[in-house]
Design a protein around this ligand. Structure first.
Ligand code: GAR
Length: 221
């Protein structure tokens, strides 16, 4: 990996995950530099966050393009201009074409608000509640041509409460995302991720033992 990992972040909305990356970069604990932020929406709040952190921004407005292929070609040019070592989809709400994925494949990661492979696509928190899930969470994965299906780098999970709504779940899952995404970016930047077939390992990392029961078992069990 390049000594200074240049990271381009693609966004569409609020950018709270971008903020988590910017905060860690400002602290000097990210292990990577946020070089630029590219948005497909001109009014995304994420652009203001980038501006406040003095990070370069660019808008590639999908509504100005004829079709998905020409938009992705424009997006590819915009991203390539910043010479990224890593491209992070942080709340980027467009499906990318195989050409875009091929261009940045292996250095393109996404954060998705579910424990993949459960609940690909949209409305993941509502779906988790509708399916009666006891455990829900978020996944950082490499992006491949198939939607929300690339090799999983890291996941974080929590117990679903009886009182949870889609909004309360989103809020609690996002708090996990803000820890998970910077960690995954850091591992990538340190060159510690190895992918074999669909499985990713983190070199030099050993997990402590631990299980997550939901609901938690009674103390006497
Ligand atoms: C995040 O929760 C992310 O997991 C999700 O969008 C949110 C963006 O929030 N991504 C997807 O749903 C991708 N399919 P943010 O703009 O505040 O970071």
């Amino acid at each position: 990996m390049a000594e200074n990992c240049r990271c381009v972040v693609l966004v569409s909305g609020s950018g709270s995950n971008l903020q988590a990356l910017l905060d860690r970069a400002a602290e000097g604990t990210l292990g990577a530099e946020v070089t630029a932020v590219v948005s497909n929406r001109p009014n995304a709040y994420a652009l203001e966050r980038a501006g406040a952190a003095r990070v370069a921004t660019q808008v590639v407005d999908h509504t100005a393009f004829l079709d998905r292929a020409t938009f992705d070609a424009g997006l590819e040019d915009a991203v390539a201009r910043f010479e990224p070592d890593l491209v992070v989809l942080a709340g980027f709400m467009r499906v990318l074409t195989p050409d875009f994925v091929a261009r940045f494949g292996g250095r393109l990661i996404n954060i998705h608000p579910s424990l993949l492979p459960a609940f690909r696509g949209l409305h993941t928190h509502r779906k988790a509640l509708e399916e009666g899930c006891r455990i829900h969470g978020t996944t950082v994965h490499f992006v491949t041509e198939d939607l929300d299906a690339g090799p999983i780098i890291a996941q974080a999970a929590l117990r679903v409460h009886e009182t949870d709504t889609p909004d309360s779940l989103r809020e609690r899952v996002q708090a996990l995302e803000h820890r998970l995404l910077p960690q995954a970016v850091g591992w990538y930047a340190e060159g510690r991720l190895r992918t074999e077939a669909q499985r990713v390992s983190v070199t030099g990392h050993a997990d402590p033992p631990g299980e997550l029961f939901a609901p938690a078992p009674e103390p006497e069990w």
